[in-house]
Ligand binder design. Structure first.
Ligand code: FES
Length: 564
């Protein structure tokens, strides 16, 4: 049962002597509520990113109803509201262009309305960080419920992972190994339920990190979307948010530096998406907390990779949930976590996972027998990336992590697409593919182009991986020896801009370096001749984005949205 009621923020809207207070009560009653239903009770916003333009979040209307049940049971008043939603595979040029727009929508919707607390309903990749960014800035009591992952894909007796295996099968289609009919069959069974991608892609990573940060009920992240326990935890969240409001426990008390360090530890243990290296600094920046690439590197070096999930491992999110899910991972990680971080449960992280069990050790390994003794992400520096770059080495080909080879340069994504299927493209497996103009400003919007599909001419020879580098991001479902997020990006004159065909590129992951083998004076000469490309936008939101977006190491938030 909730603590005794106090004066709520929403009462400034509904319970004052001014005319508008009376008018607001009257208009709220147009929703069919009696005065007793809402008088003196906390109002809980249900921030819903449901949209038919975002298939991953399609179950959120049902989830919202379950949250409402819980809010009513606990003596609160649930009021659901929509925001922009970001459907990863539909939006062009990239959802990342609009993550900050959604964060602004969430923040201002919370701030402007008569709300005392909020339940954030997210799922697809950018919806989770956008909601956390907005809620962190608004700083009212908040909890997250996600859609949950889709059921595992099933194709001819094999489990297939959304994104990860789809890319492999599409490459087979490109080389003629898979027919048009076969591709159509894959299309029908790769994403066979609602929910977000069911590999440890960006969506599963970010919902897991929301839990690791302490913003969800324990065990929430991995429950499959169609599982009845998804709705049960939504109902429990509805009950708990009312208590959270009465306790006045806010995001700023939960999202501390220690909580972010916990989230990075979990990211590394999961072999999670490289996109978290962008989203976590952005969320932290809303609270005046600085998370640097050095933090990721330091924590990666001391955190074993223990979650055997694709694209870095073998299993899918459904298997992960049945094996014990995130609580089992976090219990294993307790020696490496700040156990005293407070969470939305009202208890500490240590208390939340103390009794968690693992039911299948091949899925969730122990710290003593990890899949890799270091975390899933390495931070690289070098004369090509003075401000840093990222590689998911657990999803790379180990022999390619030390490699030198001539550059094969694509000046932009569209030229790259034109060339990759050419039967006489002059590339060998020794080449390093280089993609320019894929960063926050050059993309624009920092699109997920960094995976750079393998050239057809090499696929036909049976070559499945080669070194690829860019200033773009990569889908969390992707894999390969791919250096990403090179900063500063080429469009603002970062050294990637000066790479020419045939220049020798050196990847030395063991020493955390990515370099171009040129004398410094030649690098300087070429940089002096750099010409900035024309801006992609001259008006509207796009113009604001180009003028205010920060580079990857700062999280690509707008400079004016970070805490002051
Ligand atoms: Fe939405 Fe993958 S497309 S999570």
């Amino acid at each position: 049962m909730s603590a005794p009621p106090r004066r709520y923020r929403s009462q400034d809207w509904f319970d004052s002597l001014e005319y508008y207070s009376f008018a607001r009560r009257a208009y709220l009653r147009s929703e069919g509520l009696t005065r007793e239903a809402f008088h003196g009770k906390p109002v809980i916003g249900i921030c819903n990113s449901w949209s038919e333009l975002n298939h991953c979040n399609l179950n959120l209307r049902t989830v919202a109803e379950a949250v409402k049940r819980g809010v009513w049971q606990a003596g609160g008043v649930p009021l659901e509201f929509p925001t922009i939603s970001l459907g990863e595979v539909f939006m062009k040029p990239t959802t990342m262009l609009f993550r900050n727009l959604m964060a602004m929508d969430v923040e201002e919707s919370i701030r402007a309305n008569p709300l005392d607390g909020v339940v954030l309903l997210c799922g697809c990749d950018k919806t989770t960080p956008a909601q956390l960014m907005g809620a962190a800035s608004a700083d009212l009591p908040a909890m997250v419920v996600s859609t949950g992952p889709m059921l595992s894909g099933q194709y001819r007796g094999n489990e297939i992972g959304s994104g990860t295996d789809m890319r492999k099968l599409f490459d087979q289609y490109r080389t003629g190994e898979l027919s048009e009919e076969g591709l159509c069959e894959v299309e029908s069974c790769a994403a066979r339920s609602h929910g977000h991608c069911m590999v440890m892609g960006t969506a599963s990573t970010m919902t897991s990190l929301a839990e690791a940060l302490g913003m969800t009920l324990t065990g929430s992240a991995a429950i499959p979307a169609p599982d009845s326990r998804r709705l049960a935890i939504a109902e429990q969240t509805g009950k708990r948010i009312v208590e959270l409001v009465n306790q006045d426990l806010k995001p700023s008390q939960i999202l501390t530096l220690k909580a972010f360090e916990n989230a990075i530890t979990v990211l590394m243990a999961l072999g999670g998406s490289t996109n978290a290296v962008v989203h976590l600094p952005a969320i932290a920046g809303r609270l005046g907390i600085e998370i640097t690439l050095e933090d990721f590197q330091r924590i990666s070096a001391q955190t074993p990779f223990i979650a055997n999930i694709r694209p870095s491992g073998d299993y899918l999110m459904e298997d992960f949930y049945y094996a014990g899910g995130l609580p089992a991972v976090m219990r294993e990680l307790l020696p490496l976590l700040h156990k005293d971080c407070i969470t939305v449960t009202g208890k500490t992280i240590g208390e939340n996972v103390a009794q968690a069990e693992c039911f299948k050790r091949d899925v969730i390994r122990t710290l003593d027998q990890p899949l890799n003794k270091e975390g899933g992400t390495l931070i690289l520096y070098g004369n090509l990336a003075p401000q840093g770059a990222v590689i998911k080495h657990t999803a790379s080909t180990p022999e390619l992590l030390q490699h030198r080879g001539p550059a094969f340069v694509f000046d932009n994504y569209y030229k790259m697409l034109e060339l990759l299927n050419s039967d006489d493209l002059p590339v060998s497996e020794n080449h390093v593919l280089v993609l320019k103009n894929g960063g926050p400003i050059g993309g624009p919007g920092f699109p997920e182009w960094g995976h750079i599909p393998m050239p057809k001419v090499l696929l036909k020879k049976g070559i499945k991986d080669m070194v690829r580098i860019s200033d773009a991001r990569m889908s969390g479902t992707s894999f390969g020896t791919v250096v990403l997020h090179i900063a500063p990006e080429s469009a603002v004159g970062g050294p990637l801009a000066i790479v020419q065909n045939g220049d020798e590129i050196v990847l030395d992951a063991a020493n955390r370096r990515i370099d171009i083998n040129l004398p410094p004076e030649e690098i300087d000469r070429r940089l002096r001749n750099f010409v900035k490309p024309e801006p992609h936008y001259k008006r509207g939101y796009g113009k604001m984005f180009l003028e205010h977006v920060t580079q990857a190491p700062l999280g690509c938030d707008f400079d004016f949205l970070r805490a002051v």
